[in-house]
Write a new protein. Structure first.
Length: 407
C-alpha cells in the first residue's frame, strides 16, 4: 500500500508542479512574446501614440515617425546605376530616410532577427529627449563612422541641423538595387532615431508637425485585443483608424504551453480517481481477510463506525510518509521532468526567426508548500474514500455469522 500511495502522490505532485511551471512560463511568454496590435490613423500624433501605450494591458509599445532629411559633414550613399532623365536632380527632400521610433526592438526586422546590430545598441524608451542615432553599416563604412561619433543631419527644409551621437550600427540584409534607386530608398541610407529627434527634422517648425505612421502595442494575449479595441475607439473615435492583431508568434509558442498545463490538470484528476479505485479494492480485500478480527471486535461491543474509522486511520498513516517521499522525489527530479515536457523554447523550430528578447528561459519547477498541501489533501481524501465505501460492508456484518463461518 505504501508503494502504491508513493506512486500516486508522486504523480499528483508532478501534475501540480507541471501546472505551476506552465503557468509561470505562460505568464513570462505573454510579457516577452505577447500579441502585437498595429494601429494606423491619419493624423496620429506621438502624443496620441503615448496615450495608446498607456492603456491598461499594454506591456510595451512603439511609435514610428518616418521623415526625410539631409546630411551635413558626411556623404549619403548613392545608387551605382545611372539615373534616368531628370531623376539625378532629386526631389530636394533629403537623401536620408530617418525613422523616428520609441523602441527599435519592436520593429519587425529587428524582432525577427533579419536586421541585426553589429555594434552598440538600438533605440530605447530611455532615449526620449536625446539626439542619438542607429545607422546602417554601409553608411558607417563609407564615412568611417563608429559608435560614439557625432552625426549632423539637416531637416527636410534645410533650416535646422541636429547633431546626434551614433549609439549603434546595424546590418540590413537587403542588397543594393541593380537599377537606379532614389537615395532615400537605399537600405544603407536608413537611420533610426528617437521620435523627438524625428520631429525636429520634419517639415515646418519642427515641433509636433511629424505624424506617426503606425503605433504598435504589445498585449499579453489575443483575449485582450477586444478590450483594447474598445479603449482605442474611446480615444481615437469609432471611425478612421486601422486596427490589426498579429498573434502568430503567440499561437506558435504560448498555446503549446497552455496545452501542457491542461494535460497536467487532466493527469491530476485521472490519478486521483484511479488511486481511489485501486486503494478501495485493496482495502476491500483487507476487510475480507480480517473478517474474524472484525467479528471478535463486534462481539466485544465495538461500534461499527469505529471499525471503519480504524481502517481510515491505518490508510492515512501510510499516506503521510508517501507524501513526504513524493516531495523528496519531486525536489530531485522535478526540474528535469519539467524541461522534458515543457521543453526549452529555443530548441523548438518556429516558422520565422525569433528575436533574442522573445527567447524564453527554461521552465522553473519548484516544490511549493501549496502544492504539498494539495497532494496531502488529495491523499487523505483518497484514503477516506477508499475506506468508507468498502467499509459499508462492515455495517452489514453480524458477529455471530462471522464467528460461525470462521469456526
Amino acid at each position: 500500500m505504501l508503494a502504491i500511495f508513493l506512486v500516486i502522490c508522486t504523480l499528483l505532485l508532478g501534475g501540480f508542479l507541471l501546472q505551476a511551471a506552465a503557468a509561470r512560463q505562460e505568464a513570462g511568454a505573454q510579457r516577452t512574446i505577447g500579441v502585437d496590435v498595429t494601429i494606423r490613423k491619419e493624423g496620429l500624433t506621438p502624443a496620441l501614440a503615448d496615450r495608446l501605450g498607456a492603456l491598461p494591458g499594454v506591456h510595451r509599445y512603439n511609435a514610428e515617425v518616418p521623415v526625410r532629411a539631409g546630411a551635413q559633414g558626411f556623404t549619403p550613399l548613392a545608387s551605382k546605376a545611372p539615373a534616368p532623365g531628370d531623376a539625378a536632380a532629386g526631389d530636394g527632400k533629403g537623401a536620408l530616410a530617418v525613422n523616428g521610433v520609441r523602441d527599435s526592438g519592436m520593429l519587425l526586422p529587428f524582432s525577427y532577427g533579419s536586421t541585426k546590430l553589429t555594434s552598440g545598441r538600438g533605440i530605447t524608451p530611455e532615449d526620449a529627449g536625446r539626439d542619438v542615432a542607429v545607422i546602417e553599416q554601409r553608411l558607417a563604412g563609407e564615412n568611417r563612422l563608429k559608435v560614439g561619433d557625432t552625426l549632423r543631419v539637416r531637416s527636410a527644409d534645410g533650416q535646422r541641423t541636429t547633431p546626434m551621437t551614433v549609439v549603434g550600427v546595424f546590418r540590413d540584409p537587403a542588397r543594393e538595387p541593380t537599377v537606379w534607386t532614389p537615395p532615400h530608398q537605399l537600405p544603407g541610407n536608413q537611420l533610426y532615431v528617437p521620435v523627438g529627434t524625428a520631429q525636429k527634422l520634419g517639415d515646418g517648425d519642427g515641433v509636433g508637425d511629424a505624424t506617426v505612421s503606425a503605433a504598435v502595442l504589445k498585449i499579453g494575449s489575443p483575449d485582450r485585443a477586444r478590450e483594447l479595441h474598445a479603449r482605442t475607439e474611446e480615444l481615437l473615435g469609432k471611425d478612421g483608424f486601422d486596427f490589426r492583431v498579429n498573434d502568430k508568434a503567440y499561437k506558435d509558442q504560448v498555446l503549446p504551453i497552455q496545452r501542457v498545463g491542461t494535460f497536467a490538470g487532466l493527469i491530476v484528476w485521472v490519478i486521483a480517481l484511479a488511486g481511489a479505485l485501486i486503494l478501495g479494492l485493496i482495502v476491500m480485500l483487507q476487510i475480507r481477510e480480517r473478517r474474524s478480527e472484525l467479528g471478535v471486535l463486534l462481539a466485544l461491543g465495538e461500534k461499527k463506525w469505529k471499525l471503519i474509522g480504524q481502517h481510515a486511520v491505518e490508510v492515512a498513516a501510510v499516506a503521510l510518509p508517501a507524501v513526504a517521499l513524493a516531495v523528496l522525489a519531486g525536489s530531485l527530479a522535478g526540474q528535469s521532468a519539467g524541461e522534458a515536457l515543457l521543453g526549452r523554447e529555443d530548441d523548438k523550430p518556429v516558422s520565422a526567426p525569433r528575436a533574442p528578447d522573445t527567447e524564453m528561459a527554461p521552465p522553473t519547477v519548484r516544490v511549493e508548500p501549496a502544492d504539498v498541501g494539495k497532494v496531502a489533501g488529495i491523499a487523505l481524501g483518497i484514503s477516506l474514500v477508499s475506506t468508507v465505501i468498502p467499509g459499508i460492508g462492515i455495517l452489514r456484518l453480524h458477529p455471530r455469522s462471522i464467528l460461525t463461518d470462521t469456526a
